[in-house]
Design a protein around this ligand. Structure first.
Ligand SMILES: Cc1cc2nc3c(=O)[nH]c(=O)nc-3n(C[C@H](O)[C@H](O)[C@H](O)COP(=O)(O)OP(=O)(O)OC[C@H]3O[C@@H](n4cnc5c(N)ncnc54)[C@H](O)[C@@H]3O)c2cc1C
Length: 475
């Protein structure tokens, strides 16, 4: 007998025979608390959350996904869908409900001649990069290799190829989707085009994607990646010179600057451990030697404390900051804002707030956008307006539960202070813990919001898929 939560928040019980029947035809694994596979299917990257679902359905195929969502719907259960489990807001698992976990579905097929990859929805970016790089091809993903393809792509997807190749969702050619009524659909420009529009930025609101087909680009295996540590004392000078350089940079160059503190990492010189810095990172989406020349000015913005730049395998660049963001060891609260300008006063505020941050492990990545991202119209994909040149991300990270309140309060205060440089829109994958409710989702999706509520009414009128940056069905 499973004691389980319904969508309306009431408790119900499901008889063993119903669970056994689901398990009988299931190719993957159905796990209750304490059973094999339960933890693998429920644990999330963010140490803030320790969800205890009543059932975990570890799917091995699209048919399993259809079986699991049909079961959940028939029993009116609270449903979470888990891809790579990196939702900072903890959306991809829940207490007492059912988790539909895709992490067993990691297959990647590469069509070298057509330059495309079909990726099952439980894959992480490291799995994709490892499959495509032997052919010197890449799909634009994120900058941390452990992140899931699914949530990142459905929410947009910013990585090191973004200014040359666009967002991850811009490189989507089609997707296989299981809708809440258990139907399997293809979404592409020619089939279910409305759904295809919605899943490019509208998150997991409209169905459960079981595989993605991506356009690949000739990138790597060798790749120019710059990582330079500048002292925070020169932060204003470094960030303003970076901003001016990036305003005229070619699309091949994608770059971030990140105020931060050097950790006690044995790979970094001991004399800079604990120093407050601005970490400059840049990547070149083109021939590596050409990139070495093109990125040189970014390595000379001030006197560096340490420079780790160089030509390296693309897969190495793609995982170079993985260790900064360990799974479950820390607690995280991430909040973002699209900035329409980054004047010197805005930079000074960023530096001043960084000096005040309660935790030294907190990062504040400032990402330069534009290029191919901005050439896609605001209404062409659900993602919305792309005209902001800068994405500010406030990535609070700390260890102890009693530090949570101070860190979250600091991040929110900083976010409010930066609102004057923004139209209030954010990257919803860095959207806090949903405490801003519909207003942040609406501000971020802009003119597309209304159309998305109508699409939600078509594909998920009962809002079964609600643990996401939720779009409520139009009434
Ligand atoms: C360490 C780290 C680094 C990051 N780096 C980047 C970055 O470089 N660029 C960037 O753009 N973002 C980045 N992000 C944010 C990232 O895009 C989101 O956290 C994203 O949601 C992660 O996807 P996931 O599949 O791992 O997440 P999950 O936690 O599995 O899912 C996230 C959301 O998507 C839904 N979902 C998952 N799979 C499916 C599916 N198949 N069908 C329908 N809905 C689904 C879930 O229900 C949930 O609402 C990073 C996050 C972390 C934690």
């Amino acid at each position: 007998m499973a004691d389980i939560m319904t969508r309306s928040g009431e408790r119900t019980t499901i008889g063993d025979s119903a669970v056994r029947e689901l398990a009988r035809e299931f190719e993957g694994q159905i796990a209750a608390p304490g059973e094999a596979g339960y933890d693998e299917g429920r644990l999330l990257w963010n140490g803030m959350f320790d969800p205890k679902p009543s059932l975990v359905a570890r799917c091995a195929s699209a048919d399993d996904v259809a079986r699991a969502i049909t079961f959940a719907r028939e029993h009116d259960l609270l449903v979470a869908v888990r891809g790579g489990g990196h939702s900072v807001a903890g959306y991809s698992a829940c207490d007492d409900g059912i988790v539909i976990d895709l992490s067993l579905m990691q297959e990647v097929q590469v069509d070298v001649d057509a330059r495309l990859a079909r990726v099952q929805a439980g894959a992480t970016w490291s799995v994709v990069d490892r499959a495509t790089q032997p052919y010197g091809l890449a799909a634009p993903g994120g900058v941390v290799s452990t992140t899931g393809v699914a949530g990142l792509t459905l929410g947009g997807g910013y990585g090191w190829l973004r200014r040359k190749c666009g967002l991850s969702c811009d490189n989507l050619l089609s997707a296989e989707v299981v809708t809440v009524d258990g139907k399997r659909l293809t979404a592409s420009a020619s089939e279910n085009a409305d759904l295809f529009w919605g899943i490019r930025g509208g998150g997991g609101n409209f169905g459960i994607v079981t595989s993605f087909e991506f356009q690949l680009h000739p990138i790597g295996p060798q790749f120019m990646y710059a990582a330079v540590l500048y002292p925070l004392e020169h932060g204003v000078e470094v960030i303003s010179a970076w901003r001016d350089f990036m305003a005229g940079a070619p699309d091949e160059i994608t770059s971030d600057v990140t105020p931060w503190t050097v950790p006690d990492d044995p790979e970094l010189p001991e004399e800079i451990h604990g120093r407050d810095i601005v970490m400059l990172e840049a990547a070149y989406a083109g021939p590596a030697e050409e990139g070495e020349r093109a990125l040189q000015p970014l390595r000379e913005l001030a006197e560096p404390l340490f420079d780790m730049s160089g030509i390296m395998p693309y897969v190495e660049a793609q995982s170079s900051v993985d260790e900064l963001l360990p799974a479950r060891e820390k607690r995280y609260y991430w909040k973002s804002l699209n900035l329409h300008e980054l004047n010197d006063a805005a930079i000074e505020t960023i530096i001043a707030q960084c000096r005040k941050r309660p935790s030294k492990t907190t990062l504040v990545p400032v990402r330069y956008l534009g290029g191919a991202i901005a050439r896609v119209g605001a209404e062409e994909t659900a993602f919305g307006d792309r005209s902001a040149p800068i994405l500010l991300s406030i990535d609070a990270a700390w260890s102890e539960p009693e530090e949570s309140e101070a860190n979250i309060a600091w991040a929110r205060e900083f976010w409010h202070e930066m609102l004057r440089y923004s139209d209030g829109s954010a990257y919803l994958n860095f959207g806090g813990y949903a405490e801003d409710g519909d207003s942040l989702v609406e501000a971020s999706l802009g003119r597309n919001y209304r159309r998305l509520t109508e699409l939600k009414r078509t594909y998920d009128p009962e809002n079964v898929l609600r643990l996401n940056h939720n779009i409520k069905p139009a009434t």
